[in-house]
Design a protein around this ligand. Structure first.
Ligand code: C2E
Ligand code: MG
Ligand code: MG
Ligand code: MG
Length: 288
């Protein structure tokens, strides 16, 4: 009821907002059906090592292939799913599918799966992950779970313990979108991340923004002294790639090196292609 009133309010202020809200409600009501109808798919974006130029993993990114609307991006439906609770079955699906896919690859690359803070607050992630590993037979060393800073705003006692349990199982934990969510840094010394992913908002401004460069250098220095690895996400041009390599970043991800794709369409062959193309991209940087 409160929600209903909120909606009416927005409706008064913004032109066209009524249509948008109606649209969101339709999407919200459509999710259970869509999951049963296999409309949710994982795309995979490659991740590369700066040191070797080789692909080291994929990040699983969910998509909704809607029969009428076409491809819907997670930025549009994840927030709704977090509000209506659908994030729970959706995330369970994503984790299981990602593990299944990874087992089918001919190279034993790592797979990174995004977790929602809402999911972490409401279900037992350790149990969920154990189940996915058992079900698929994936080596836990090949699984990486990505959490965001927002998880640490309302930190509950169980969170650190949960992350540590996952690490004891051999899974690595990455802090996603670093630098965007939360101004404190305390939690960095209290939580045992294996990796920081520097958000695209810092990465994309690198070539023309001295401030962004200073932040990246500081973050890399800090992460190294805390014994965490660093991935830069959102790399979409060669200049930025070169700067990050010199700055000492460990891993690279971005449209320049490979866009998220449905790699299951052409098993095996597809991965070869992305590897060769992007490996060259990184290696040519090596030689210069
Ligand atoms: P994220 O985890 O930070 O994922 C990276 C996003 O940046 C992806 O958008 C990816 O397509 C995009 N990206 C990567 N490289 C580039 C680049 O060079 N340029 C530009 N412009 N964009 C780039 P996507 O796939 O739309 O995902 C958006 C967000 O949705 C993700 O951000 C993640 O927070 C969330 N998400 C995606 N899949 C899942 C999932 O299975 N579960 C949960 N809980 N969240 C998910
Ligand atoms: Mg991510
Ligand atoms: Mg990210
Ligand atoms: Mg992001």
């Amino acid at each position: 009821r409160a929600k209903q009133q909120g909606h009416n309010k927005i409706y008064c202020y913004e032109e066209g907002a009524d249509e948008k809200i109606h649209d969101l409600q339709l999407l919200s009501q459509d999710m259970d059906r869509a999951l049963k109808n296999n409309e949710f798919k994982l795309f995979f974006q490659p991740q590369f090592s700066f040191a070797t130029g080789e692909q080291v993993g994929f990040e699983a990114l969910i998509r909704w292939e809607h029969p009428q609307r076409g491809l819907i991006s997670p930025g549009d439906f994840i927030p709704i799913a977090e509000q209506n609770g659908f994030i729970i079955p959706l995330s369970e699906f994503a984790l299981l599918e990602a593990c299944k896919a990874a087992v089918s690859w001919h190279n034993p690359l790592r797979v990174a799966v995004n977790l929602s803070p809402v999911q972490i607050q409401h279900i037992d992630i350790v149990e969920l992950t154990e189940h996915a590993l058992q079900e698929t037979g994936l080596d836990p060393a090949r699984l990486e779970l990505e959490v965001t800073e927002s998880l640490f705003i309302n930190i509950s006692d169980g969170t650190a313990e949960m992350l540590q349990k996952l690490q004891k199982m051999g899974i690595s934990i990455a802090l996603d979108d670093f630098g965007t969510g939360y101004s404190g840094l305390n939690y960095l010394s209290n939580f045992p991340f294996d990796k920081l992913k520097i958000d695209r908002s810092f990465v994309k401004d690198l070539t023309h923004d001295q401030g962004a460069m200073a932040i990246i250098s500081a973050v890399i220095g800090m992460a190294k002294s805390l014994d965490m690895r660093i991935t830069a996400e959102g790399i979409d041009n060669k200049e930025v790639l070169e700067i990050l390599k010199i700055a000492g970043c460990h891993e690279a991800q971005g449209f320049l090196l490979g866009k998220p794709r449905d790699i299951n369409l052409v098993p095996g062959v597809e991965m070869e292609t992305s590897h060769t193309h992007s490996g060259n991209e990184l290696n040519s940087r090596h030689d210069t």
